[in-house]
Design a binder for this molecule. Structure first.
Ligand SMILES: C[S@@+](CC[C@H](N)C(=O)[O-])C[C@H]1O[C@@H](n2cnc3c(N)ncnc32)[C@H](O)[C@@H]1O
Length: 316
């Protein structure tokens, strides 16, 4: 008794645990619970089992994950054991850790996250750096973000510089509401305008300003053919409209170019996160759309050395 690795009697203990019947055989020390849940997650091929188990247990204990090591001998109350089980069951059902915990860090802010609003990805932190670079030397810049999701990009910009004003648009009301909640938590709601609306090539959303100093977006850019290869975490829990960019991944991107053409003054920038094939496809498309007066002037790689971001300028 008391060992929670793979072994004789494990199934009976799991059954007892899920029925809530036996309490004496449940792991009561942090180190036993950790070992047990890592094995269970691994047994179901859940990725990053150690990370998930550590995050969930430390979350239930109300501790930062780095402090878990020093609490291995702590005895868990039955209430905590049950709560850990509840959250681990969500992870076994492949719910992303970010939704289970309900929050996640992005750069130096913490965002509330709820399904099905898109979970900000680490590479998008680089897009914020690029946006801040573009805004250097501009006093009180006005930024337009298309597809704000939880608000990660706009809120990071607002948190980084006190003179920035952001207008953030999303077609999803759930996303707009979450972004508003996050803006309030980060303390920047006064400098952010949230707009629920769908950007398309022919109909524009109603926005508070006629021009912007920068347009930035991490749009849905996944090519339709690649959507079937996504992990269950994404397929089951995230809004696929946040990812689906159409046959070439360019459907929303093209609309953003049309909008940027009408809202950017000359020599101002549009920054986009894209699929690695897009830095090749977009210049060819822009060549045929001369009236847009937009050109790709830089391509940047993400941390995995994939062409991931493009900087475009509106020319005269
Ligand atoms: C890839 S997610 C990015 C979310 C957030 N900016 C981030 O990086 O975490 C794309 C977002 O664009 C929104 N969206 C998709 N198509 C749109 C459209 N045509 N107009 C406005 N928003 C759109 C989706 O609802 C989703 O929130």
């Amino acid at each position: 008794m008391g060992t929670w690795g793979v072994g004789d009697g494990r199934l009976a203990r799991i059954e007892a645990m899920s029925s809530g019947a036996a309490t004496t055989t449940q792991p009561t020390k942090v180190k036993d619970a950790l070992h047990y849940w890592v094995e269970r997650l691994r047994g179901d091929d859940v990725p990053d089992a150690v990370l998930a188990a550590e995050y969930i247990i430390s979350y239930v204990l109300g501790l930062p994950r780095r402090r878990l090591d020093s609490e291995m001998s702590l005895v868990l109350s039955q209430e905590k054991v049950k709560e850990i089980e509840r959250l681990m069951t969500c992870r076994l059902a492949r719910m992303p850790l970010q939704y289970i915990l309900g929050e996640w860090d992005f750069r130096d802010i913490t965002l509330k996250l709820r399904p099905p609003v898109f979970i900000p990805r680490p590479e998008t932190e680089q897009l914020v750096d690029l946006a801040l670079e573009c805004l250097q030397g501009i006093h009180k810049p006005k930024v337009l973000e298309i597809g704000c999701g939880s608000g990660a990009i706009s809120l990071s910009l607002l948190h980084s510089r006190e003179d920035i004003e952001c207008v953030a648009v999303d077609q999803s009301r759930i996303a707009v509401n979450l972004a508003e909640e996050n803006a309030n938590d980060v303390g920047v709601l006064g400098r952010m305008t949230l707009v629920e609306g769908k950007v398309t090539s022919n109909a524009s959303v109603s926005l508070p300003h006629d021009t912007y100093d920068l347009v930035v977006s991490n749009p849905p850019y996944v090519l339709r053919k690649d959507l079937t290869n996504l992990q269950p975490e994404i397929m089951l829990y995230e809004d696929l409209r946040a990812l689906d960019g159409g046959p070439e991944g360019l459907d929303v991107i093209k609309s953003i170019f049309h909008l940027s053409h009408s809202l950017l003054p000359y020599n101002h920038y549009l920054l986009l996160e894209v699929d690695p094939c897009h830095p090749y496809l977009i210049p060819a498309w822009l060549e045929k759309q001369k009236k847009l007066k937009m050109a790709v002037i830089n391509v940047y790689q993400d941390l995995s050395q994939k062409d991931r971001f493009i900087k475009c300028v509106k020319y005269e």
